[in-house]
Design a protein around this ligand. Structure first.
Ligand code: SF4
Ligand code: SF4
Length: 379
């Protein structure tokens, strides 16, 4: 992005950006600290950002840490993927009311607030693009998802301190945002002070930058110097060399297809609790089921769509029984879908290397280790 226009914001400039977006009718959703994790919530002030907060992640382990500095974006992704805002875990599809022998059916109103998403990491941008393919580009698009995506303004952030379970470099999805954002920030914290290089990625982003420049009354918004761009480039390059995990993706699709009967699936299953955590935190998982509920009189009914998981016994229930009755068949299905059949189905891998499934697995099962074991033949 060296040839792209760039400005530098000081912390008051970041506040100016939040104020401007709010004035334009955007609800700004950004990182906050809640219940011991970095959690996306509505924010009005930079004081709500996780200042000086980092995190330590490993298989089955997540802890916030105190960095001892002023950084606000130097944590890694938390358990909550942006999909929880755009593709909610529970959504009303329609309501029905008995009318004699018939039923009146009302489709649910679509709730699509204007959301400005602040702090979106590159892996999660790629995950949004995957959901766009899955949910918006299919023959019958998901209308609620499409409405919500049309009402987004995205402020991406370059990752500076990747976590112990990150492997976006292996998946070609990070750590520097390269597409699908309106503005991109790189947080700089060096001898020249605490500041943010901000660059546009869309026409809307350009307009906001113009407005920021007009509004600035002091030095809270400055033109980026060559040194700022160089410092931002070094942040991304350093992050790329500090990935906590890696995954050899060479020939991966064919490797997994050829190993459907590999004993490693049983080994993983002997540790797997089939708890579904990995699928619920995954930013690309999209499986759901529907639930019908009716009142006691049988007059009113509602149909809800609820997140589901391929790790449950009932998810593959067809008439007469579950197709994947063993945990090993479910773990194999999940990993093989993510890394192999997703490519045939949607044209990309279904994994963006965010590491959430490793961090939030209570048994510390690690998709990179499981696939690595299959590749090495040391099961
Ligand atoms: S499979 Fe795991 S690492 Fe890959 S995108 Fe999903 S949660 Fe992230
Ligand atoms: S792999 Fe881990 S997170 Fe996923 S279902 Fe099994 S125990 Fe739960």
């Amino acid at each position: 992005m060296d040839d792209v226009r760039g400005m530098v914001l000081l912390l008051p400039g970041l506040q100016l950006l939040i104020d401007l977006l709010r004035e334009q009718g955007w609800t700004v959703v950004g990182p906050t600290v809640r219940e011991g994790v970095v959690f996306h919530a509505e924010i009005e002030s930079v004081d709500q950002l996780p200042r000086g907060v980092g995190d330590v992640q490993d298989g089955g382990s997540y802890r916030l840490s105190q960095r001892g500095d002023e950084a606000v974006f130097r944590y890694v992704v938390g358990p909550q993927a942006w999909k929880s805002l755009l593709f909610p875990s529970r959504e009303l599809l329609w309501s029905g009311r008995r009318a004699g022998a018939d039923m009146d059916v009302e489709p649910a109103d679509i709730d699509a607030p204007r959301l400005a998403l602040l702090g979106v990491r590159s892996c999660d941008l790629h995950a949004l693009a995957i959901h766009d393919t899955v949910l918006a580009k299919r023959a019958v698009p998901d209308a609620a998802y499409v409405s919500r995506r049309e009402n987004n303004f995205i402020i991406a952030v370059t990752c500076s301190d990747p976590g112990g379970t990150c492997f976006c470099v292996s998946m070609g999805t990070g750590p520097v945002p390269d597409k699908d954002f309106d503005l991109a920030l790189t947080e700089l914290l060096d001898q020249d002070g605490h500041r943010f290089l901000i660059q546009p990625g869309s026409e809307s982003g350009e307009e906001i930058l113009d407005e920021l420049t007009t509004r600035a009354v002091g030095d809270e918004v400055l033109n980026a110097a060559r040194a700022d761009r160089q410092a931002a480039r070094e942040v991304g390059e350093a992050a790329a060399h500090r990935m906590g995990r890696s995954l050899d993706t060479g020939g991966l699709r064919d490797l997994l297809y050829a190993n459907a009967e590999n004993p490693r699936w049983e080994d993983a299953a002997s540790r797997c609790l089939a708890c579904t955590n990995c699928t619920l935190v995954c930013p690309t998982c999209f499986c759901t089921h529907v639930e019908d509920v009716s009142d006691l009189s049988g007059t009113d009914t509602q149909r809800w769509r609820v997140w589901d998981s391929c790790f449950t016994h009932d998810f593959s229930y067809l008439h007469g029984g579950s197709v994947r009755s063993s945990v090993s068949s479910r773990y194999r299905q999940w990993a093989t879908h993510k890394l192999a059949s997703w490519v045939d189905q949607f044209g990309t891998s279904g994994c963006v290397g965010c590491g959430r499934c490793i961090t939030w697995c209570p048994a510390a099962i690690d998709i990179t280790a499981e696939v690595g074991a299959i590749r090495s033949g040391k099961v």
